[in-house]
Write a protein that binds this ligand. Structure first.
Ligand code: ZN
Ligand code: ZN
Length: 210
């Protein structure tokens, strides 16, 4: 198998994620592991909105991390499904490289939609506006329905090419404050708190529209 492209190490590139542990990304799976991996993949789409993508997205149907990337339990580790899919096709990738989704669909594991990039490139791309599709192609709202647009974006996430809900992040820190004082917010309380932050950030009418 051809080795993945190697770029000179650039210490000025900030790592926003824990480095990928190469041990979690074998170039080959046993037949059984391979069966378990691919049974979690739905190759039937959706079609990516981006023109430079060949074929449909291959959707990871099993567990995902918060950011929307698929996770696969393998040999005691938890590799990212898309990165593993890329390594299985193309061979090992240096841990200084991230695997970027050309299709902008983080749950996609189609190797044709993936390419290794430096953090810097990934961040630049992440800053480009995402196109909102009918499907999961772009994350436009957080799980609580808050719009993922400025100013409701965590500054740290924007810097690193991700899109996290600022309102929910503030509610989470509130949750931990309360927890330290022995008070546990239930999900309804959490929603009320995060909605309150959302109105504070986006304006009082922010949640009124249907
Ligand atoms: Zn895709
Ligand atoms: Zn939110």
């Amino acid at each position: 198998m051809p080795a993945g492209p190697s770029l000179p190490h650039n210490p000025s590139i900030r790592r926003w994620q824990v480095k990928a542990n190469p041990a979690n990304y074998p170039e080959q799976l046993t037949e059984k592991e391979s069966g378990l991996f691919w049974m979690k993949v739905n190759k039937a789409g959706p079609w990516p909105l981006q023109k430079n993508c060949q074929g449909k997205c291959w959707t990871w149907t099993a567990g995902r991390v918060n950011e929307g990337y698929g996770r696969f339990y393998l040999r005691g580790g938890k590799p990212l499904a898309h990165r593993l899919s890329y390594v299985l096709r193309n061979g090992s990738v240096g841990d200084e490289l991230k695997i970027d989704h050309l299709c902008r669909n983080r749950s996609c594991v189609n190797p044709d939609h993936l390419e290794p990039v430096t953090d810097a490139v990934n961040t630049r791309r992440g800053r480009l506006p995402l196109v909102a599709g009918k499907s999961m192609l772009a994350r436009t709202h957080c799980p609580r329905g808050h719009l993922l647009n400025a100013p409701n974006l965590r500054a740290d996430d924007v810097k690193h090419g991700r899109r996290g809900c600022l309102s929910c992040a503030r509610a989470r820190s509130k949750y931990h404050d309360f927890k330290r004082r022995g008070i546990i917010l239930d999900p309804d309380d959490f929603r009320r708190v995060s909605d309150a932050f959302y109105r504070e950030i986006m304006g009082p009418e922010a949640l009124e529209t249907p």
